[in-house]
Design a protein around this ligand. Sequence first.
Ligand code: G
Ligand code: G
Ligand code: MN
Length: 399
Amino acid sequence: MNPSNLHCWLVDDSPTVRQVLLHLLHETAPTWELREFAGGAELLQQLELSAAPELVLIDLNMAGMDGIELLRHLAARHCSSRLVICSGAPVRVLQSVGELCRALKLQLLGTILKPITIHAVTDLVRLVQQPSAPISEQATPTPLQVHEVLRALQQHHFYPVYQPIIDLRNNSLRGFEVLSRCSHPSRGLVPPDAFIGSLEKYGLIQLHTFDNLEMALRDLQSWLEQGLDLELSVNLSPQLLDDLTLPEQLCQLLDSYHIPYSRLHLEVTESSCAGTLATRLDILNRLALRGFHLSIDDFGTSFSSLERLQELPFDTVKLDKGYIQRALTDEACRASVESTLMMARRLDMRIVAEGIETVAGWNMIHNAGCDMCQGYYVAAPMQAAQVLSWCQQWQQHYH
Ligand code: G
Ligand code: G
Ligand code: MN
């Protein structure tokens, strides 16, 4: 992006806010070409007439078409602009809008909290003018550095989000997969691809996993108390399977929250038990003996067969989202999914299909006799505060 003649559009229904923003942007980035819109409809109209701008600043709470609806329209038009949300909404709402942008495959650059300050605008301009990575690299965000992960751990910037897992036999909610997020002071919502690798590299993944799990167990405890019958699935990095004390540590943590071990599914990827090192086998077997459920994550991304996995103490297989999505258009891949399902049934393993985004995906795996599913079609990962009302809605409409 050439920052000098960058096109920046802003949409906000308040004339005062637009005036302040235009003024601050003009001061900090005098060469930018600015355009203002009083509503989403006007902006979409302009988008029909001219090329998409490099940057769009969006107010969430607008009369008429609100910011969320505008995001949906932009996604439908495959808008490639980088987006900034400007809002006075609570941080929790802003984080979940970040989640929505990820689900819609929109490029959210960051958020500006209202009331708007010159500092926020200066930060934004600096962020935009950093040379941007080529598109092919943008899929994997810049990894957090050691001081950033340390600060995030110390200041509790990591938090869990929850994605529902549905039982396809009766549409009931089985539980949630716990996924970790980081709210970075200047980068906003940071996805796990940007920090799990760093945490592993600096030997901090175990600390993070236990922190995250503890927050999740606290949430689970309160949901169980409110009468929900739920299980949680958590991702374990292969490094955790190198510490022989893992089973004891997990048992102690669950005991302290009075949660039965069978409420927890531990997900490990196919590749992390590829070599089946003695230590890892030892740990997996002891976890299974204690009553934890074990799932193979991302199945279909490497070449192991279910027969071989049967020798390991897994009771669940999670079919990778890429595998499922390919099966929707590729006959041979669909046949492979179907035979995996048949084999799993013979081996008495449960199958969870991941990445179900559409009704076509839902129908395909439902007809193939899959046990469970997870994906944006049901819900994107959500924050703890949204879980109860989501559960109520799900039960009312689909169960
Ligand atoms: O959460 P998605 O929403 O972006 O997660 C991307 C990847 O990061 C997935 O492969 C997921 O398994 C992994 N991931 C998410 N949270 C955690 C975590 O707490 N620990 C580990 N090891 N991996 C995680
Ligand atoms: O642990 P695992 O690698 O399975 O992580 C699940 C990942 O998949 C997370 O990054 C989660 O946000 C993402 N995800 C969940 N549902 C969907 C979906 O329907 N489509 C796509 N593309 N990704 C999804
Ligand atoms: Mn997973």
